[in-house]
Design a binder for this molecule. Sequence first.
Ligand SMILES: Cc1ncc(COP(=O)(O)O)c(C=O)c1O
Length: 455
Amino acid sequence: MARHAAADLAGGVRLLAQEGRLPAGTRLPAERELADALAVSRTLVTTAMDLLRTDGVIASRRGAGSWITVPDQGRAAEPAHAPDLIDLARASPEAVPALADAVAVAARLLPVHLRGHGYEPYGLPGLRAAIAERYRARGLATTAEQIVVTTGAHHAFGLVFRMLVHPGDRVLVEQPTYPNALDTIRAGNALPIGVAMTEDGWSLDGIEAALRQSAPRLGYFVPDFHNPTGHRLDDAGRVRLGAALRRTRTMAVADETLVELDLDGDPLDGPAPLAAFAPDQVITIGSASKSHWGGLRIGWVRAPVDLVDRIVSVRATMDLGAPVFEQLVLGELLADPEPVLARRRRDLAGRRDLLLAQLAVHCPQWIVRRPGGGLVTWCELDEPVATRLAVAAESQGLRLVPGSRFGVDGGWERWLRVPFTLPPAVLADAVARLGRVARAVGGRRVLGVERVPVA
Ligand SMILES: Cc1ncc(COP(=O)(O)O)c(C=O)c1O
């Protein structure tokens, strides 16, 4: 039992190091302090530290203590290629089948571009026009001049963040939220202010109060198939949020990375983009990563025209443009977008339903809401054991990301994000493994530390 507990403690520290929440170089408290804080025996802590040292997660020197040595995310990235490992930490489907043909067309279009220098800091004109056209189809008047093509939505957020936010500024975020956005905010020495989401979605009261009381420099919202909860902000919510942003003159990013993945409907019939409700305040970011393929690394910013040049000048400090070939590939995929996107939605809806059915069989004690779109389910566990699950899952060849990764200050131990992006057979195997892990972990405590969920 003590050996189990020591392995749990070591696993928890390893997970925090892998997620970058304990960055390389972080000094650990002395063993006695750690034992007192966790209310466990000194022997247990010593055993855990030995395990971590053997694994190369920490290094120690007499007199200098122990510190984390794992480079951020380093080990987390590596075993994904282990033959039998199933990765439920990442929510990214494989490329759409049409990609191969689009690559062939792009190869035929490339020679014209080879005569030029290939630097396109605003993006290829044809692709900017195609992206603008998609906004117009969704009911938001947009010109190609408002679009800057980036290397993914994450890059797009980084650009807007660098343009608007300074160290010490506050950034309002949903709680829980997309962890890489939180990392960008923290890396820029800004302060994320989390507004807890409710069972049904957004607390507009909470957001309005936070806008008034915290005067954030920027808001970051994922209004369409929110990552990780899967919620979608309805029209009335958009009207209210737009009005609050206008009233308080707060700039906000609407991250629409998942908007095309409306699994029960048609994205063209969905609520109007958030930018329609506060045109001067909302900068929209989008991406082909989930709708077509993450490996294209193509995303974009849609901004008021007067901000576009500023965005491009910020870009000059990070990169000088997105790759031309990949832009040609996406341009081809967007030439007639509907059939490709409809197939993507159909495939993902099938995987979502499979995941829900498998979870009902293997993890019946969890509460799982059926998301109307996106790529993930946000599962409410019967106990606050998400980190323990993630640690124990490794022994089953399963990678999980616990709910705490989505919180501003951790928490969310009762929640687990489970994506439905893997091919059906793999997904079914993954949930069977998940059920085994849940049964093994059920009823035991999180490393002796009870964390209270934030909401
Ligand atoms: C809400 C959200 N924003 C941004 C991204 C990153 O997208 P990209 O691959 O285009 O950088 C993701 C990927 O999971 C996401 O879910």
